[in-house]
Design a protein around this ligand. Structure first.
Ligand code: FES
Length: 136
């Protein structure tokens, strides 16, 4: 039997997990990178998981996607056709403006766009910290 405090903690944790892909979370860059301690991002610990980030102090958004092979993809959500914001779909990213579609790495699946989403280099450390390199 859960006491009230345990129940509230579980409920908040569940809501955080369920909403993780819907909320844009600001993350402060450090030395030109974003560092996500994956134990704090449960939605990214399963294949198909997603997160929306905003680089702290900027308007730059990044979508992070957990791939089936245990790697991560990090892309700009700005459609390369005319600049609308793409949305998560189950196995792809879709643009609501004119229908362009991208796979989970940002590669074009369907036009009118011809260019992939801007991508960010990612790497996973041995202690499960996901590094997203912001570039110059
Ligand atoms: Fe995305 Fe046109 S802006 S398809």
């Amino acid at each position: 039997m859960l006491d009230r405090r345990e129940f509230v903690a579980l409920a908040v944790g569940g809501v955080t997990t369920a909403c993780a892909s819907l909320v844009t979370v600001p993350v402060q860059p450090r030395e030109g990178n974003l560092r996500l301690i994956l134990s704090e991002w449960p939605n990214l610990t399963r294949p198909g998981g997603t997160a929306r980030l905003r680089v702290g102090g900027t308007d730059t958004q990044i979508y992070v996607l957990a791939m089936d092979d245990g790697t991560y993809s990090a892309v700009s959500p700005i459609c390369t056709h005319q600049g609308c914001t793409v949305e998560f779909a189950p196995d792809r990213l879709s643009c609501p403006c004119h229908g362009s579609e991208y796979d989970r790495t940002g590669a074009v699946l369907r036009g009118p766009t011809r260019a992939p989403l801007d991508r960010f280099v990612t790497r996973l450390t041995a202690d499960n910290v996901l590094i997203i390199e912001l570039g110059a």
